[in-house]
Design a protein around this ligand. Structure first.
Ligand code: IPM
Ligand code: MG
Length: 353
């Protein structure tokens, strides 16, 4: 197959981790006889510096011509004081909006090899295998913002159809898994959450009668994620709650450096990125864990290009590299030899064969 994959390395450790994913994609292309064209685009702080825009038109056009987009990370202290509209993060939000990728899929599974890397006790981690479906193009991230010296406003709005479409993705995923959806809201306080819960209670029994539905308030969900993480199958929630809960959930897997994500719309075009940020403290030092980005590339092959065997091969290779003892600093335990970003990429390549 011939396919164009847009690569947006971004800021901080973004370029280092995407470079390893590109290495792996090239190896997959050679092994399975595909041709991946991988043009790069600027996004985030580097785009702001170069083009005075965190999501320049040149990048939008690279993405529009592509079957899928693979992104590293955006942001960093260098741009802390730029106005809201120019912030590196704004570039990412605009990209998500342009692609209309309203469903952000964040799988959280505990790899037994890494159970010791999590701060949570091993017996609690047993059987943890969930997918968080985070609404990605609505809510407080995209509402009107206002600021005076002494007051600030962020508006949170959800429409029925925004909630329905993301619930359908969650319902379909649950049907292929263990048949359970946990909807997370704050309906005891927020109006948007009351609408959210109402739509869940209407749509789920009607369209997914075979799926068991559970409601949790977000504060309780934060606790249950640590006390009974193995009970969750599919969690569906709004934009900001999903952002917060997935950072928390990543610690079940041992490290943020292990969690990939796929952001999907109704079609096949998707945006794929690790859930971690730009980690400016370790940027440029060959220390970052590229596994989340490499596994995001696997999700890209599976969801956007329908290349199942290729995606499976990448996931198996990451697993094998870990089994062989490959450890970046974030997942290393006492006594482990710590390797760098590039060496972790090489370990995955070696396991690919
Ligand atoms: C994420 C990140 C982003 C978000 C930031 C960088 C805007 O935290 O993808 O989880 O909040 O969505
Ligand atoms: Mg986040």
């Amino acid at each position: 197959m011939k396919a164009t994959i847009a690569i947006l390395p971004g800021d901080g450790i973004g370029p280092e981790v995407t470079a390893e994913a590109v290495k792996v994609l090239n190896a997959i292309a050679a092994k399975f006889g595909h041709q991946f064209d991988m043009p790069e685009g600027l996004i985030g702080g580097v785009a702001l510096d170069a083009e005075n825009d965190p999501f320049p038109a040149s990048t939008a056009s690279v993405c529009e011509d592509a079957a899928a987009v693979l992104l590293g990370a955006v942001g960093g202290p260098k741009w802390d004081n730029v106005p809201t509209e120019s912030r590196p993060e704004r570039g990412l939000l605009r990209l998500r909006a342009v692609l209309n990728v309203f469903a952000n899929i964040r799988p959280v599974a505990v790899n037994n090899v890494l159970a010791g890397a999590s701060p949570i006790r091993a017996e609690i981690l047993e059987g943890v295998d969930m997918i968080v479906v985070r609404e990605l193009t609505g809510g407080i991230y995209f509402g009107k913002k206002e600021r005076t010296k002494n007051s600030a406003t962020d508006v949170c709005t959800y429409t029925r159809s925004e909630i329905e479409r993301v619930l359908r993705i969650a319902g379909q995923m649950a049907q292929k898994r263990r048949g359970k959806v946990t909807s997370v809201d704050k309906s005891n306080v927020l109006e948007t959450s009351r609408l959210w819960r109402e739509v869940v209670n209407e749509l789920m029994p009607r369209e997914f009668p075979d799926v068991q539905v559970e409601h949790l308030l977000v504060d309780a969900a934060a606790m249950h994620l640590l006390s009974r993480p193995a009970d969750f199958d599919v969690i569906v929630t709004e934009n900001m709650f999903g952002d917060i809960l997935t950072d928390e959930a990543s610690m079940l897997a041992g490290s943020m450096g292990m969690l990939p994500s796929a952001s999907l719309n109704d079609g096949t075009v998707g945006l794929y990125e690790p859930i971690h940020g730009s980690a400016p403290d370790i940027a440029g030092q060959n220390k970052a864990n590229p596994c989340a980005t490499i596994m995001s590339a696997a999700m890209l092959l599976r969801h956007s290009l329908n290349l199942t065997a290729e995606a499976d091969a990448i996931e198996a290779a990451v697993n094998q590299a870990l089994l062989n003892g490959a450890r970046t600093g974030d997942i290393a335990q006492a006594g482990d030899t710590v390797i760098g970003t590039q060496e972790m990429g090489d370990a995955v390549l070696k396991a690919l064969g």
